[in-house]
Design a protein around this ligand. Structure first.
Ligand SMILES: [Zn+2]
Length: 278
């Protein structure tokens, strides 16, 4: 081969290899879907556990949320799971949309599952995920009424099935993000939670139905009183703070920062489990 042709060939090889190495590497690794219900059994078998060890399980409930949709507690963690799953290289289990609703059950469309039915149901889901060979089972909880049951059941299944479980209550974990973005604390169906579901889809809020601060009430100081039904569905963590303001720009900022903080928590805890060999 003449020297000129050889050098041309070398240039072509260099260009081709540059183009190949320039191809986005993550894309090729991305599964067809990260949602368990949208994969078939052969695809799941190829992914878990050899390529994917983590599953995200969103859990919520149905209850009154001021002017936000009743399913906000499921809408939020499901969108969160979709947002953070690629970064965590996780799959997403189908959400559990029914939960333990407390004193908001009386508001139209509210629904509650008794604790004694909820716990074994969630337990069976966690055991099923463990049997499917996920190592890290992350419960993305959207509803405070579920927390005690989830903490207990997740720890039990972790112990029994030899998996690691993590329950995340995003609104509490991210109370500093709420302060940073809004300059004040939030509330149930308050500015923080409203902002999160607004960022997902502004039609999750019926802004025209917000009539003002009289729609909200501060949470009672612990032990001060207990009312059933709750006298309002917007419950402020601190008096005068966290009233809805419907700011879409801040909502999108909040959504991104909350997701980043939740993802960082999961990454950190999984890395610690790995380092400890547990
Ligand atoms: Zn909620």
């Amino acid at each position: 081969m003449p020297a000129v042709t050889r050098s041309r060939l070398a240039v072509v090889v260099a260009v081709v290899s540059a183009v190949v190495s320039w191809a986005p590497p993550a894309r090729a690794q991305e599964p067809l879907s990260r949602e368990l219900e949208r994969l078939n059994w052969m695809e799941v078998r190829e992914l878990v556990p050899s390529k994917i060890r983590t599953v995200l399980l969103p859990l919520g409930t149905l209850e009154g949320h001021g002017v936000a949709v009743n399913g906000s507690d499921t809408v939020a963690p499901l969108a969160m799971a979709r947002a953070i799953a690629p970064k965590l290289n996780a799959l997403i289990a189908p959400a559990v949309p029914y939960g333990i609703t407390g004193s908001l059950e009386a508001y139209a469309g509210g629904l509650t599952i008794p604790d004694e039915a909820y716990r074994p149901y969630v337990r069976a889901i966690l055991q099923g995920l463990a049997r499917n060979r996920f190592k890290n089972v992350v419960l993305l909880n959207g509803h405070g009424g579920n927390t005690a049951a989830l903490n207990a059941v997740a720890a039990e299944v972790g112990r029994e099935a030899g998996v690691r479980t993590l329950v995340v209550n995003w609104w509490t974990l991210c109370s500093d993000v709420t302060l940073e973005v809004f300059g004040e604390d939030g509330g149930h169906a308050g500015e923080n939670e409203n902002a999160y579901v607004m960022a997902i889809d502004p039609s999750n809020l019926r802004r025209e139905r917000y009539t003002g601060p009289e729609m909200a009430i501060p949470n009672p100081v612990a032990g001060a009183y207990s009312a059933y039904p709750s006298p309002a569905s917007i419950l402020l963590y601190k008096p005068g703070q966290g009233l809805p303001r419907f700011d879409l720009v801040k909502a999108k900022e909040y959504f991104e920062k909350v997701n980043a903080k939740v993802a960082a928590l999961v990454e950190d805890i999984v890395a610690r489990w790995d380092r400890a060999g547990i």
